[in-house]
Write a protein that binds this ligand. Structure first.
Ligand code: MG
Length: 246
């Protein structure tokens, strides 16, 4: 009985406190500054908002360079650019650190190869952290190497691949790693990836730079670096690439 009385007293006290806070001035908890900047969002999720940097709008590769600053040689057709196998990766001329990236990609409709040999490319944030691009529609490979993975590090939450030949989207939120002045890692890189509208990386922590063989590790680098798109020998296309620095 004593237990029920004290429970009743506690409930009554909580109700009184809630009633008191509700009778206070609601303006006391309103914050009016800073005022978020007004931007114009795109008409669709593919279209760049007004404060984005458009890296590829479908017409030219002027925002990209090839290896050692050479001209980017990938082909352009129908508002998309396509890997020119053997010509090498391409790099954004502008360098980026923390960012929101929208990029659309398409693997060839004519299916050739299997595993890692089918529609392979990749988006290397800061030129070293690879978000895998791969045709994983009914195509099995190692889980930490499939589309939506951070290559050989982080398995995607689900396989959200569309069929080969269909356009797919990545929306990425990337936090660059931080290094102290003596080159020690202060905080690792983190990434959130939404693949075709589906969350596949949820603020995941990267283990280091992407390695094909061996364990990933961090090596000190600048706070901004070019984004690299991989030439893995397959005819993968990209379009609607825009980025917002954070
Ligand atoms: Mg790749």
């Amino acid at each position: 009985m004593k237990k029920y009385v004290s429970l009743l007293l506690a409930l009554t006290a909580t109700c009184l406190i809630n009633a008191q806070s509700r009778s206070g001035d609601p303006a006391l908890s309103e914050v009016w500054t800073p005022v978020p900047t007004i931007i114009k969002p795109g008409k669709t999720a593919s279209e760049a908002p007004s404060d984005a940097i458009v890296i590829f709008n479908g017409s030219d590769l002027s925002s990209f360079a090839g290896e050692q600053g050479k001209k980017a040689e990938w082909s352009i057709d129908g508002g998309a650019m396509t890997v020119k196998p053997g010509s090498g990766p391409i790099f954004t001329k502008q360098e980026f650190g923390d960012c929101q990236l929208h990029i659309e990609w398409r693997t060839p409709s004519v299916v050739k190869g299997e595993g890692q040999g089918r529609g392979n490319s990749g988006i290397f944030l800061m030129g070293r952290y690879e978000l895998q691009v791969l045709d994983n529609y009914k195509n099995v490979t190692y889980s930490n190497g499939q589309a939506g993975s951070i290559y050989k590090q982080l398995i995607p939450l689900v396989n959200a691949c569309r069929q080969p030949g269909e356009w797919q989207t990545y929306d990425v939120i990337f936090t660059a790693p931080r290094f102290s002045s003596n080159g020690r890692l202060e905080s690792p890189a983190r990434i959130t990836v939404i693949h075709n509208g589906v969350l596949v990386q949820n603020n995941s922590t990267l283990l280091g730079a992407t390695e094909y063989i061996g364990i990933p590790e961090y090596r000190v680098h600048k706070s901004k670096e070019p984004i690299m798109l991989q030439d893995h020998g397959d005819l993968v296309s990209f379009r609607n690439i825009w980025i917002r620095e954070l």
